[in-house]
Write a protein that binds this ligand. Structure first.
Ligand SMILES: [Zn+2]
Length: 363
């Protein structure tokens, strides 16, 4: 069974001696790396690496992000330039809290996938091409010492929700971040479910319509290509081209330029009472209900958590998604499963990074 080691990099103090559990050891690095809170001066840093920016923040034991910063990322430069963006964000954060210097840090990084959480290597992310088989965790650990973990953003954000957010108290969690794409994370018994090789939980690429439009992943009719923010914007633009003048509100919000219509404008137009926006959002609701019906039949999670900008926009429709669930689900008790909004918004990646360091160790 695939299982990230959680023990990649030794946590060493300035002397090079590993300190753990109140004892001084120079051999049992595994103990030293345990994110067990024994080192009381230790701070946890969550880092979120995206295609255009790197965000970093301190995350406390309750999942509160106490301070955070962000810096620009050039995804198409050299590998070293990409790394420099990450270290700049971390260094800036450390300057914001000088007292954090010197202690062993725990650093969790939401990095662009595909990646290998076991080895800490970023493989070949399409939106960050500067890194190919790049040992991100090892590079960060070499510079800062301490415990470093990386994972993809949906796994990590799902873990943060399970530990501190909307999934707190539940053992089995299905988390989806619906934004420009759809990323998902699964917690089973409170731990990220990775599958055999770490490639599990690609819920955004579950097919809803096998004759549907081609998804970026190569398949047809994935929920991502049908119900993401990108899909909603595209659908709205197509409807307006089909039938000119069918939504004055959307067109006005887009400054008269159909091509400038995004999912965010659809949401604002809905709030202003625009019927076409409502129609598009209700179609999205139906697609999400079909998808979640499949998910519930497969996993029967204790809770379903929806995060991301599109989920926020659709929050007035959560009841409607639930109402439609029984039509797409054989589970007679599907309505007992709470469908809730995520705790974390735009800082979900920082919280997720922090959660990677706070998660329980495997046996
Ligand atoms: Zn897909």
């Amino acid at each position: 069974m695939f299982r990230p080691s959680f023990t990649l990099f030794a946590g060493r103090g300035p002397s090079g001696i590993v300190r753990a559990c109140g004892k001084t050891r120079d051999t049992n690095a595994r103990l030293a790396q345990m994110p067990d809170g024994v080192n009381r001066g230790t701070r946890t840093i969550g880092v979120d690496v995206g295609g255009t920016k790197v965000a970093a923040g301190f995350v406390d034991s309750q999942g509160e992000i106490t301070q955070h910063t962000r810096t620009a990322m050039n995804p198409r430069g050299t590998a070293e330039e990409g790394l420099a963006a990450v270290t700049t964000a971390i260094d800036t954060l450390l300057k914001m809290a000088p007292e954090a210097h010197g202690g062993v840090q725990r650093i969790g990084i939401c990095a662009p996938g595909p990646l290998d959480p076991e080895t800490g290597v970023v493989l070949n992310p399409p939106n960050v091409p500067c890194w190919r088989n790049f040992p991100l965790a090892a590079e960060i650990s070499r510079r800062y010492g301490g415990f470093v973990r990386i994972d993809n953003d949906a796994n990590a954000a799902g873990l943060a929700e399970g530990l501190w957010g909307a999934g707190r108290g539940y053992k089995n969690v299905f988390y989806a971040c619906i934004g420009t794409g759809i990323g998902t994370g699964i917690l089973l018994d409170g731990r990220i479910y990775y599958g055999r090789t770490g490639a599990a939980a690609e819920g955004g690429h579950v097919i809803i319509d096998y004759k549907g439009p081609r998804c970026g992943c190569g398949k047809r009719g994935c929920i991502e290509v049908l119900a993401s923010g990108t899909a909603i914007g595209k659908k709205a633009r197509a409807r307006l081209v089909e039938k000119a003048g069918c939504s004055k509100v959307m067109l006005e919000l887009a400054g008269g330029n159909v091509e400038a219509i995004t999912s965010e404008i659809v949401g604002r137009a809905y709030a202003a009472g625009d019927p076409l926006s409502k129609e598009i959002l209700l179609e999205t609701v139906e697609l999400l209900a079909i998808w979640l019906g499949n998910i519930v039949d497969l996993l029967e999670p204790d809770v379903v958590i929806l995060g991301g900008g599109v989920a926020t926009m659709l929050s007035p429709f959560f009841g409607e998604i639930r109402n439609r669930l029984p039509a797409w689900c054989v589970n007679a008790r599907c309505l007992e499963i709470p469908l809730v909004a995520a705790r974390y918004g735009e800082n979900a990646g920082i919280a997720g990074g922090g959660a990677l360091c706070a998660a329980p160790m495997p046996a």
